[in-house]
Design a binder for this molecule. Structure first.
Ligand code: FES
Length: 260
């Protein structure tokens, strides 16, 4: 059982939990995720590790309240325990000095993007972070992102903060003004699809961190399967990151809709 040592609301629907998990804090790398379950019969939910503190032995998980299971987790308080927390799972992000990297995060996808931004910066990249959300209140972790970014561009659908427009508008404005060597995108599947289509047009290699439904998180159930370059892949063990230009986003969106 893992104790929650801090709970903070980023917005009414988005909560950050700092949880005691010393072994995971020590071994996790950017891109890794954990499976979380609350209650003996609770549903297992994959959550990316946004931050970790090896000295305190804690990890930070950011969760959006979108349904019964996420609500159950969001209702936990400081001092409560998470019944099951398994990880780190998945493959770590491929980090190297690419040159100039755009990190395009949408909504709650900004949280799993944070460790990648940090790792890309530490590897010597020029990092331009494009953060997108529907409205000002949903732009999260801007300060922490800024700490490891050479530039932060904020886009909101309604123009209530930063520039008015979609994440793709922000990404395209950067590509049009300078050479970009790599793009990483995390957010809703539909957003990643359009970022991928855009970067494909400009021949910018792109990694997408996929957020499919997961059940076991260990490659056994097949719930997270997707098609990459015409081949079946499991997000939990082969991912969560893939070459975005090879991902069949339409199939992924169809499967997500079927689960809904
Ligand atoms: Fe079951 Fe990936 S979550 S195979």
């Amino acid at each position: 059982m893992n104790r929650i040592v801090r709970k903070e609301y980023f917005s009414p629907q988005v909560v950050e939990f700092v949880v005691e998990a010393p072994l995971i804090a020590r071994s996790r790398k950017a891109g890794h995720f954990v499976m979380v379950k609350v209650g003996e019969k609770g549903e297992r939910i994959p959550l990316t590790i946004a931050k970790s503190d090896t000295e305190k032995g804690t990890i930070s998980l950011v969760i959006q309240n979108v349904g019964a299971s996420s609500e159950k987790i969001c209702n936990l308080q400081e001092g409560d325990y998470i019944t099951d927390l398994v990880g780190p799972l998945g493959r770590a992000t491929h980090i190297e000095n690419f040159g100039t990297v755009i990190c395009a995060g949408g909504g709650v996808g900004i949280a799993p993007m944070l460790p990648i931004i940090e790792a890309m910066k530490k590897a010597g990249n020029r990092v331009i972070s494009v953060l997108a959300a529907r409205t000002k209140d949903l732009v999260i972790l801007e300060e922490q992102v800024a700490e490891y970014s050479d530039e932060v561009i904020v886009m909101t659908d309604d123009g209530s903060y930063g520039q008015k427009g979609l994440v793709t508008n922000g990404v395209e404005s950067v590509i049009n003004r300078e050479k970009v060597d790599m793009c990483v995108t995390i957010g809703p599947a539909i957003m990643m699809k359009f970022v991928s289509l855009l970067t494909q047009k400009y021949n910018v290699p792109t990694m997408a961190s996929l957020n499919t439904i997961m059940v076991d998180g260990t490659g056994m159930c097949g719930a997270c399967r997707i098609s990459v370059d015409g081949k079946t892949r499991f997000v939990c063990v082969d991912g969560p990151e893939f070459d975005a230009h090879k991902v069949d986003f339409d199939e992924m969106l169809m499967r997500l809709k079927a689960y809904n």
